[in-house]
Design a protein around this ligand. Structure first.
Ligand SMILES: Cc1ncc(COP(=O)(O)O)c(C=O)c1O
Length: 413
């Protein structure tokens, strides 16, 4: 398995046109009232956002290199997305999929137009969250194949519902499943031999997070993805790509699927699909879709008009603002620059899904950067900080981040 970017080291050429970003000092920790404490919250209370920037209730400005868990794909409150949501809300807030909706048809057609797989994936099923997409995809695989065994990988994260949690390889979340289901096998990520041994004619699906974000943006060697396709095809098992994070442009392509010519049978999407309006999707082939009967799948809010308007507007922004090219170019710049910084040991991942390994604890870096007005993520690897900026992040802001990060790391080492 290869986790480390092989990008050549270069001298960092920072863009000097953007003045150093000097925010006000942090004044007080965030207050939480009445909530179940499920996340360790950052010490700030957010008020508003605009593009790659957010402001707290004290008016302090932050550069957002995290997008609220890789969600704000077009940035915060993009005018085209916010406008589409507002216009749809004025027209029709909700009607379920018991009726046909033009906005749903246009949005679905647009989403599927980005899939380049002749004879392959042609249909979408919508729900509301990533975990729901995983549940639906695995249920489809089990029902389609008539088999039960599901194979997943150490380090993978697929959500917190019962089945999603069971196929999550990360022990921290897997151990939180109320009980463990039989027929789920967790293999080492990137181990082709283990894969060949485990997949058999009783396997319904192999589910994989192509870049394991929570584990620190770990990627496998390209040969592993080829093996995933080969071995599942050989045994008639379905290959499920969990593209909840890698999908919708984050790696510099619309989907990870299709990379190196490898197309899975099912693709799960969520997070950035509608710029933050709750929506998820499972993309499937005609053959799988045709085997599905009425009432088998559904979610009351799934494919509702506002979610569809938000997704359509998101896809239009990605296309019109050439965000795939921006992620590829600015992402490569970030990787090259980070790789050449003293103290950076490795950069994992692709595009705007990056894990930065240093000898300093990521939580310490995160706190220090927050003091300096930058939001970054940690990961389940204590020494890997995650960068998941909005897809609209441009080079000047990337350079502002790099300058502050370089200074911060130097101080903390
Ligand atoms: C790769 C991946 N799959 C699934 C999920 C679950 O998504 P949700 O929290 O929307 O249920 C997540 C959430 O972080 C994720 O990162």
């Amino acid at each position: 398995m290869s986790n480390t970017s092989t990008a050549p080291s270069v001298v960092v050429a920072f863009d000097e046109t953007l003045p150093d970003f000097e925010p006000e000092p942090l004044r007080r920790p965030a207050m939480k009232t009445g909530l179940v404490n499920t996340f360790k919250a950052l010490p700030l209370t957010l008020d508003r956002g605009d593009g790659v920037w957010v402001w707290d209730t004290d008016g302090r400005q932050y550069l957002d290199m995290y997008s609220g868990h890789a969600v704000a794909s077009t940035g915060h409150s993009h005018p085209h997305v916010a406008g589409a949501i507002a216009a749809q809300a004025r027209r029709l807030v909700f009607y379920s999929n018991v009726v046909d909706l033009e906005v749903r048809n246009r949005a679905t057609e647009k989403l599927l137009s980005f899939i380049a797989s002749p004879g392959g994936i042609t249909r979408a099923l919508f729900a509301n969250s990533g975990a729901e997409a995983i549940e639906n995809a695995l249920k489809m695989a089990i029902r389609h194949t008539g088999r039960k065994k599901i194979i997943a990988f150490e380090g993978g994260f697929h959500g917190r519902t019962l089945l999603a949690c069971n196929v999550t390889g990360n022990p921290k979340y897997r151990s939180q499943a109320p009980f463990h289901l039989d027929d789920v096998v967790i293999l080492p990520f990137g181990d082709a031999d283990a894969l060949r041994e485990a997949v058999d004619d009783g396997t319904a699906a192999v589910v994989v997070e192509p870049i394991q974000s929570m584990a620190g943006c770990r990627m496998a060697d390209p040969s592993f993805y080829r093996e995933l396709r080969a071995v599942t095809s050989k045994h008639g098992a379905l290959l499920v790509y969990d593209e909840v994070q890698t999908g919708i442009g984050r790696t510099g392509r619309m989907f990870f699927s299709g990379r190196d010519g490898i197309v899975p049978d099912l693709i799960c999407l969520a997070k950035g699909i509608a710029s933050g309006f709750p929506l998820s999707a499972v993309l499937v082939s005609e053959t799988i879709a045709d085997g599905i009967g009425y009432g088998e799948y559904g979610a009351t809010y799934g494919a509702g008009p506002i979610a569809m308007a938000a997704m359509l507007a998101t896809l239009e922004v990605i296309e019109h603002e050439s965000l795939l090219a921006n992620v590829a170019e600015t992402g490569s710049h970030l990787v090259r620059s980070l790789t050449s910084l003293p103290g950076v040991e490795a950069v994992h991942g692709l595009g705007f899904l990056l894990g930065v390994r240093t000898g300093v604890r990521a939580a310490e870096i995160q706190a220090a950067l927050l003091e300096r007005g930058i939001i970054v993520g940690t990961s389940d690897d204590p020494f890997v900080m995650r960068l998941l900026p909005p897809l609209i992040l441009q080079r000047p802001e990337a350079d502002a981040f790099l300058r502050t990060f370089a200074d911060t790391l130097e101080e903390l080492q």
